[in-house]
Design a protein around this ligand. Sequence first.
Ligand SMILES: Cc1ncc(COP(=O)(O)O)c(C=O)c1O
Length: 415
Amino acid sequence: MTLENIKLDIDYVRSQFPAFKDPLSKDWSFFENAGGSYVPKNVIEKLNEFMTSTKVQPYAEYPMSKIAGENMDKATELFAKMINAKKNEILIGGSTSINLYVLSNALKKYIKPGDEIIVTNQDHEANISPWRRLKDNGAKIIEWRFNLENQELELNELQKLISTKTKILAVTHCSNIVGSINKLKQISDLAHKKDIIVIGDGVSFAPHGFPDVKDLNVDFYTFSLYKTYGPHLGLMYGREEILKDLPNQNHEFLNGQYPYTINPGGPNHEELVSLLGIYEYFENLYNHHFKNKKLQIREKINKINTLISDHEEIISNPILEYLNSRKDINLIGKSKIINKNRAPTISFTSTKKSSKNISDQLIKNKIATRNDNFYAWRCLEALGIDKKDGVVRLSMTHYNSLEDTNKLINSLDKI
Ligand SMILES: Cc1ncc(COP(=O)(O)O)c(C=O)c1O
């Protein structure tokens, strides 16, 4: 519970998301948030405003252009503050997959034949393939495998894999299948003792509370803004000391102008500006629940994070308990959320029915979900799960309600 014993006002939260009133979606319980989240009205408004008044090439002196540029800068700056980074440590790209590919290309310069790169088999492929490809540059790829008994990535295993040749470690903060929160700070601390560059994938973590990247001590951290209540963009944080030495992958004359030099082109202007709407939504959420208006942005985010995790725990644990109680269900990952040790991203298979069959029946009951491997196919392979049928994944976020939880459990029970 939060110190002030304040609970998330779920009615207020849902009133901010137009999808809950839209004729197409209003009757559905939405359990596909790890795929992509709904957006608050603020995001739609900012997008609309940009397209209506400032949809011109930004950064010229006439007002439409000046305001467009100012809003792009403001959105980047506010997002930097939300995750405790500096403005010039933020890169906005088309998606996390694109950002990580672009980063791996830039980091090639540090790789010489015989160097080692550690990847996991728990990650989404976005944080595996770009690093595995560096074998073409002579890198030796080492796989940190999760424990098959509990599906956890264990630090003592990592310790055995690290050597004086390890240069890069790519690891997820939270797997989009297993759901456990990995000890990214401890992982980074361990890796930094050997000067290893740590790349954390926060795609399945960030929707449940924006991280403090400095506290995590990572060198790079990525998440997908379309899963954190925004448009289809990806954000990547990069530690300035490393960013400024990366090669220019943009136009030649931009040399030295990091972070703009990392991406081969600029961001999507209107979508970048719509991120102001995410900030505004979180600011409103804070003001709705808390009195102290003097806190810094990051301090407010910390408070909201606690509010969100408390709520997510309440709506997820009954589902985990239900699935765990059934002999015919193989629940993946932890069976209870305690102190944010797990995200409300819950995957399972059945011994009696295909994942597709279960997912199809849930959809008939107006529960939006799906069966898939969700591009974490190495994780499914290790678990011996058919990659085509995949798992049923039920992923919630703070706007899901206890009504959603009860409806889901009732439907699963009937199925
Ligand atoms: C954990 C995780 N990492 C990375 C990605 C890739 O993100 P994007 O779709 O932005 O490329 C996803 C997408 O689902 C994901 O779940």
